[in-house]
Design a protein around this ligand. Sequence first.
Ligand SMILES: Cc1cc2nc3c(=O)[nH]c(=O)nc-3n(C[C@H](O)[C@H](O)[C@H](O)COP(=O)(O)O)c2cc1C
Ligand code: SF4
Length: 447
Amino acid sequence: MASTAKTVEAVISAAWGKPQSWTLDSYRSRGGYDGLKRALSMEPAAIIDEVKKSNLRGRGGAGFPTGMKWSFVPKDSPKPKYLAVNGDESEPGTFKDRYILENDPHMMLEGIAIASYALGVHTCYVYLRGEFKFQAERTQAAIDEAYKAGIFGKSLMGKEGFALDCFLVRGAGAYICGEETALLESLEGKKGWPRLKPPFPAVVGLFGCPTVVNNVETLASVPPILAKGADWYAKLGTDKSGGTHLVCLSGSVNRPGVYEVGMHTTILELIHDDKYGQGMPKGRKVKAVIPGGSSAPVLGADELDVALEFEALKMKQTMAGSGGVIVMDDATCMVRSLWRVARFYAEESCGQCTPCREGTPWQTRLLRKIEEGRAEMSDIDMLSNVASSIAPYPPIGLGNTICALGDAAALPTHSFLMRFRDEFEAHVREHRCPYGDHPWGSFGDWS
Ligand SMILES: Cc1cc2nc3c(=O)[nH]c(=O)nc-3n(C[C@H](O)[C@H](O)[C@H](O)COP(=O)(O)O)c2cc1C
Ligand code: SF4
């Protein structure tokens, strides 16, 4: 496909690839910290209203409206308030936040400064995935620059009486620590076990104090909103989702990568347009797409003319999640793919709740049996029952567990069975995998 997709104004990725884009000098030469300057001239409540008006929605997975989340923090609490930045980025198929940290960390730091001022926060923790060694070094260097320039420290960019400290913390390799309450436990030095909610972190969070948890991309989206205005940002998007967003395109496409797209950009455009994926490898056709990281229900080839946006994907009983778009071609075995996804969730379950602790390895065992041609038809029903006991579907959000990792493990199973049951049955009938020794299509053999 030639380039027919509407051109999108780059808000987050405009400086990526430019010399020294990660430095304070470069950021300032592009108008960096102008948003904070404007924010410091406003009342904190007016900043929250501006973010509400922009229709910015969280980019960490749930798409929760950011301004609304900020407004849940009690204003009259005598306790300190905290901001925790979620840079755990461990969802299979998602690899966008690392690009912000590598290429333009000051965008996120300015977002932190604006959010902290609006919320009355004086201490912020940036929690990064343990494997992000290079990204952590870049982020720490940017934090050091911000302290030296008087942006962080005793007076927030010269605002007398408003101190802001920012600390970087690295995780230790557990996916579950991306779940916001597990992240808070981990920050407190405990093992990353999600907490029961309510109470939500905005009221009882870090060290029992009101805490906002926001994703890296969410916070990096805040400075342009303050610099250019909420109306400008809202108009870039759709009715309920403002701005642009990053998507991570992987799997069977000619040009995988991280792209900044509009909320109107469809999955088909992302796969085929010259600006993005540039189509499928020669001779291959698309079979299925996971639109929002491995937890998002899979879509079939006839369902892809849909915008990569929270509401549009919700109508299809799936989700935009964390922006990880995984493309599978017609040579891919769906049983083998689901087995791979199921193994990940079984490995990462923290073990607190029975349906998740017992159900995730049970799914894995059943899928292995089906893939290896040892299953009976009743095993397919059993697989569906096990997934339903973790979280029924549709709709999304009925989980029987403490946190949404349970849903994340069950939704792929339900959706693969709903859309590709024929393939599961073919494995049982033929007592083998119909794709033989090459079940990954154009992915390469990475089992
Ligand atoms: C198992 C699990 C893993 C998660 N991992 C991440 C993650 O790596 N990064 C992230 O921002 N949010 C992750 N989330 C979502 C967070 O719990 C939370 O919703 C998010 O950080 C809120 O930020 P936002 O409002 O800016 O999107 C995860 C959720 C679950 C259930
Ligand atoms: S759903 Fe799974 S990961 Fe989440 S708290 Fe329960 S056992 Fe732990």
